[in-house]
Write a protein that binds this ligand. Structure first.
Ligand code: FAD
Length: 408
């Protein structure tokens, strides 16, 4: 039997960030337990820190909503309507932008204190416009975020050509979100884990939490296949699988479910991009080693992690339309990962009413790489008994129960 102050179930970006911030800011005895299940999201991710882009529905969002509105209209025999941006609520902007602002200092801290480099790069995120419909879409986006006007640059075709010479001549311009950047997601998780290990966290990797130990309304620990871990607080950071542990901890269910995303990766290429790109067909990011990452589909297919030719073809065609030079590239590999989805696309964070010794840190859907840093900080504040620096009410699990009661 082992005894810890805090046990973290799940070692993706979110669980690893919780381990890092807790071990940096407290003297608590902490264990992180992780089994890499097929499809774990952090290692499947693109590594975009697209705080504004994702909040206004670019990145994965725009591709998803375009497909969805096309399918709906076709099913009803109607014309495909003009796309409208899918903007998340203000609480999400604050959450995402606060997290985004943490990365420059975190990158320095990881380099200097722990000797690890998660390859933070200031890139911006450009939404490329091909036609008037795209321009209208971009205008609607900027009209929805007047308070962030200083973070948006409009580029005409000539300026775009100067900044991204490989973008197709068919592009009529772009909007650039200047505070949106990128990291290497594998290295980010490794950096959090290495920092946590150096700070004294016990890492149990290749280890599954098989059950939660509960005594009445108090969570007392977890079991793995061959050990028992008692703890004062269990943090559930088990990604798309989080509902399983939540059920055992609380006797209730919460709507966290896998949302598949497929990605294509090219072999290394000379530098052909100066920033990250989103179009309404795909997003494209050149990573620090020259590989080009093209993402990503949004599919509700349970825990399926296969790649399908149709999605890989759609993404590749979208990328070649934007950057014709990609016709000369070779595919290194494709993969699929499982985002921890929730119905309102917001994460589920913090305590659960009537349950002691348990915190949720899950449901980060499309932005868990970006928002891992603020999640680690908020969980640390909660465990230290401080008032969280951001209001967690919009992210509480109870919002779903309230919504159900209203509907019923
Ligand atoms: C294709 C794709 C592209 C993406 N691109 C971006 C992007 O550009 N930017 C961005 O911010 N986000 C992106 N995301 C989303 C992001 O990857 C996720 O939001 C984030 O990784 C979620 O992190 P997590 O730690 O909650 O989950 P995960 O990374 O899935 O980690 C959860 C871990 O818990 C483990 N686990 C589950 N159950 C147990 C158990 N019982 N015992 C022990 N371990 C367990 C899992 O195996 C896994 O290792 C993308 C996702 C996908 C799929």
């Amino acid at each position: 039997m082992k005894k810890y102050d805090v046990v973290i179930a799940g070692g993706g970006a979110v669980g690893a960030a919780c381990a890092y911030f807790l071990s940096r800011d407290t003297d608590l005895k902490i264990a992180l337990i992780d089994l890499k299940k097929p499809g774990n999201a952090s290692r499947a991710s693109a590594g975009g820190l697209w705080a504004i882009g994702e909040s206004v529905g670019l990145g994965c969002g725009v591709i998803f909503f375009k497909t969805l509105s096309k399918l709906h209209s076709e099913a009803q025999g109607k014309e495909v309507p003009v796309m409208r941006p899918h903007q998340l609520p203000d609480c999400f902007f604050e959450f995402a932008l606060t997290s985004n602002n943490m990365y420059p200092a975190l990158h320095q801290e990881m380099l200097e204190k722990h000797g690890v480099d998660f390859k933070f790069e200031r890139t911006g995120l450009k939404f490329i416009m091909y036609n008037e419909e795209d321009r209208l879409y971009a205008e609607q986006i900027t009209q929805g975020i007047p308070h962030l006007a200083d973070q948006v640059r409009w580029l005409d075709a000539e300026q775009l050509k100067k900044e991204e010479p490989y973008v197709t001549d068919d592009a009529i311009g772009a909007i650039d979100f200047i505070c949106d950047h990128q990291v290497n997601p594998y290295r980010l998780v490794d950096a959090y884990l290495e920092g946590a290990r150096q700070n004294g966290v016990s890492l149990y990797l290749n280890t599954e939490v098989t059950s939660v130990i509960r005594n009445g309304n108090v969570v007392e620990g977890v079991k793995t296949s061959d050990e028992v871990f008692f703890c004062d607080t269990l943090i559930n950071a088990s990604g798309a699988w989080a509902n399983e542990l939540y059920q055992q901890a609380t006797g209730r269910t919460m709507p966290v479910y896998p949302v598949k995303g497929q990605i294509v990766l090219s072999e290394r290429m000379p530098k052909i991009m100066n920033g990250c790109i989103s179009t309404s067909d795909c997003y494209i990011a050149q990573k620090d080693n020259g590989e080009i990452l093209i993402g990503s589909s949004t599919e509700e297919k349970g825990f399926d992690t296969t790649n399908s030719l149709d999605k890989i073809q759609e993404l590749s065609q979208g990328a070649m339309k934007c950057l014709p030079i990609l016709k000369e590239s070779s595919i290194k590999r494709c993969w699929a990962g499982l985002r921890p989805g929730t119905p309102d696309e917001l994460p589920i964070l913090g305590p659960v009413e009537g349950v002691e010794g348990y915190l949720n840190a899950c449901g980060h859907f499309r932005t868990g790489i970006l928002t891992s840093a603020i999640t680690g900080q908020l969980m640390t504040e909660l465990i230290m008994g401080k008032t969280p620096s951001l209001d967690l009410t919009p992210f509480s699990v109870e919002r779903f129960e309230e919504a159900e009661q209203k509907a019923g």
